[in-house]
Design a protein around this ligand. Structure first.
Ligand code: TXA
Ligand code: MG
Length: 343
């Protein structure tokens, strides 16, 4: 890392301008968005984008999202956009929403993993917007983490992992949402949700008549099964410790089940809702929050921390798969490698 900019309290335009120039020169910038931190590079330069894949240890067939600051940038990279696609962008941009569109030929293959589509998002975070504007090019940015690890939602969590792999770090404090954007693709007037996020099915249904949640969001994947989004194939978010996700609509049933199962282990760690922190006397507990908003904000932070307790099992209390709860459960299921019990 050449530069660390602390913009937690004040947004220093000069600093963002310098990082934006870095992007133009082909350098890597770790920057905040409202969802998670991103590792950004000039999205139209093959060599710059290549550096992201090396930094993350990411598989080449897993495409990146291009981040834009205005609709002019959209026209540079996508084509044959339909009325419904424009309506969706208008409704959810700037914000935690990514849409897969037909790409223009100037988008390098390395960004799209060779697909003829490209994922595009206009973030609402002010630092992210200014960085893209100063860079004057769409910024390719995956979540800030080594591939397979939980995404970074604050700089402390990822400093060790990434500081020697990027040129600039912009610290914007804790990300507000904490889970990556909702990813959609429109196929024949149907909106397919390929990755759930803060923008929910119910919100999208106000814009589009048909909204489909991809089967792979909650189900496990068979080897070589075809998918609409390459990211679905890869192991993700899993701590080193063995993890188990447990859910019941009834709180007392949930607590009893976890207590019973925890007896089988020597050093269990229970990740629970705030209201249950005093329920598990013979185990270590971690508080994941109370409301769905708190839980989504804390999920990756908690997943990054569980191994420091050296548990022989991590039991995680699930949430209802409604609203942003679907996104929380999608990330937790993957972290637990689909080791899931519902009672
Ligand atoms: O909130 C976010 O989206 C964050 C911040 C930094 O913006 N970014 C992010 O990027 O989560 P990444 O690379 O970690 O996840 C992008 C996901 C992957 O699952 C990838 O497979 C999918 O989007 N994706 C990207 N382009 C695609 C395309 N053309 N077709 C299908 N899926 C695509
Ligand atoms: Mg990611």
């Amino acid at each position: 890392m050449k530069q660390y900019f602390d913009l937690k309290e004040n947004i220093e335009e000069k600093n963002i301008e310098e990082a934006g120039k870095g992007i133009q020169k082909g350098e890597l910038v770790l920057f905040p968005t409202e969802t998670v931190y991103g590792i950004g590079a000039n999205g139209l330069e093959k060599q710059a984008v290549k550096r992201i894949f090396v930094a993350k240890g990411r598989k080449q067939d897993n495409p990146l999202i291009l981040h834009i600051a205005d609709m002019e940038m959209l026209e540079q990279i996508a084509q044959n956009i339909t009325t419904l696609e424009y309506k969706l962008m208008e409704a959810f941009w700037p914000g935690p929403f990514t849409i897969i569109l037909e790409r223009k030929p100037n988008v390098p293959d390395i960004v799209t993993g060779g697909l003829n589509t490209v994922g595009i998002r206009m973030p609402s975070n002010l630092v992210a917007q200014k960085l893209i504007s100063y860079a004057k090019v769409p910024i390719a940015a995956p979540s800030a983490n080594i591939s397979g690890r939980p995404s970074g939602t604050n700089i402390q969590d990822i400093f060790e992992e990434l500081s020697d792999k990027v040129d600039y770090i912009i610290d914007g404090g804790q990300c507000e949402i904490g889970l990556e954007s909702t990813v959609v693709r429109v196929i024949k007037e149907e909106v397919h949700i390929l990755r759930p996020g803060k923008i929910t099915k119910e919100q999208i249904q106000k814009i589009a008549e048909k909204v489909v949640i991809d089967n792979h969001i909650l189900g496990d994947l068979k080897p070589n099964e075809p998918v609409l989004s390459p990211g679905m194939k890869y192991k993700h978010y899993a701590p080193k410790a063995k993890c188990m996700l447990i859910y019941s609509k009834e709180n007392n049933k949930l607590v009893e089940e976890i207590k019973e199962r925890a007896k089988e282990y020597e050093n269990p760690l229970i990740v629970c809702h705030h209201h249950n922190i005093n329920q598990y006397e013979n185990a270590k507990v971690m508080d994941i929050g109370e409301t769905l908003e708190e839980i989504s904000k804390n999920t990756f932070k908690v997943l990054r921390k569980v191994d420091s307790y050296h548990p022989d099992i991590v039991m995680i209390e699930g949430v209802e798969k409604e609203g942003i709860g679907l996104a929380v459960m999608n990330r937790l299921l993957r972290a637990c490698e689909h080791h899931y019990i519902e009672i």
